[in-house]
Design a protein around this ligand. Structure first.
Ligand SMILES: NC(=O)c1ccc[n+]([C@@H]2O[C@H](COP(=O)([O-])OP(=O)(O)OC[C@H]3O[C@@H](n4cnc5c(N)ncnc54)[C@H](O)[C@@H]3O)[C@@H](O)[C@H]2O)c1
Length: 281
């Protein structure tokens, strides 16, 4: 059976993370050869192993992509192994929390570096190969980069540097889409809502806890938190030919979080109250 990405080479940064692993498996199932990297060698190897076990092809290298040399090495490694780059998925991140006041300058720089500068460095290094393949780039941003809702702990008090960096990623993506469109390179973002990953577990705690409940409640589809596969499906779409006329776009995959303004679904009681207020005016 032929796959939608047969003959293509897809690079995934932070390949040891849960969203990256689901993406590697999804793209490989459609025929892509995967090149993954992570600062954590063990996690990156686990992803490559999962792809192999599923019958796909994957190469992996452990790198710190926040260094220019690491970003360049990643692109060079892909060319050495497979000779081309068709898709780049900028997924890696590391973040330190804090409010606008409590974040230390060191934590601010760390977080902006790992969420905004790092994906720019990797993209820059991959551009010559992407130009040859007329390939595409997907940045994994976040709903917290675009929303000013108050219902999401990460967006208000806790993760100001992270949200600010993700806002920068949205802008960077549009700038690159403009710059690279004439070369046939498409550039898009995906903005996930709260997705079930190891990072989410660390940040918001286990299902049933109050912090976790607060983080997931704003979804308009209340039955479940997002799954890494939900994000992987979006990446597959954006790097495939099905999206060949899509560039400079943001695909929100958030269970309707953004649409609710981060406030969550209105209850029947809320709706009834609002109707009464409208009638009274
Ligand atoms: N999980 C969510 O709910 C959620 C929500 C919105 C957006 N996102 C975004 O989705 C992406 C993946 O999220 P995740 O939850 O799987 O995160 P994660 O933290 O599990 O994975 C990120 C990976 O990046 C790697 N990494 C960190 N610094 C690196 C460096 N300097 N060089 C190379 N690799 C490095 C980490 O080791 C890790 O394996 C991130 O961009 C994140 O901001 C996630």
């Amino acid at each position: 059976m032929s796959g939608r990405l047969d003959g293509r080479v897809a690079l995934i940064t932070g390949s040891g993370g849960d969203i990256a692993r689901a993406t590697a498996l999804r793209l490989a199932a459609e025929g892509a050869r995967i090149v993954g990297t992570d600062i954590d060698a063990g996690l990156a190897e686990a992803t490559a192993r999962a792809v192999h076990e599923a019958g796909g092809e994957a190469e992996t290298i452990a790198l710190d992509l926040s260094e220019e040399a690491g970003a360049q090495r990643f692109a060079d490694f892909a060319i050495e192994r497979f000779g081309r780059i068709d898709a780049l998925v900028n997924n890696a991140k590391a973040a330190r929390g804090g409010s606008g006041e409590s974040t230390s300058p060191e934590d601010w720089r760390f977080t902006i570096d790992r969420n905004l500068t790092m994906p720019w460095l990797v993209t820059r290094a991959a551009l010559p190969a992407l130009r040859e393949s007329r390939g595409s780039v997907v940045f994994i941003a976040s709903v917290s980069g675009a929303s000013f809702g108050t219902g999401y702990p990460g967006n208000t008090a806790n993760l100001v540097a992270y949200s600010t960096a993700k806002a920068g990623v949205l802008r960077l993506s549009v700038a690159l889409a403009n710059e690279l469109g004439p070369d046939g390179i498409r550039v898009n973002t995906i903005s996930p809502g709260v997705v079930e990953t190891a990072a989410t577990l660390r940040t918001y705690g286990a299902p049933g806890t109050a912090r976790r409940e607060l983080a997931t409640r704003p979804s308009l589809l209340p039955q479940r938190i997002g799954s890494p596969k939900d994000i992987a499906n979006g990446v597959l779409f954006l790097v495939s030919d099905d999206a060949s006329w899509i560039t400079g776009s943001d695909l929100r995959i958030d269970g309707g979080w953004f649409a609710s303004g981060g406030a969550g679904p209105a209850s029947a009681a809320d709706t009834a109250t609002l109707q009464v207020q409208v009638l009274e005016r």
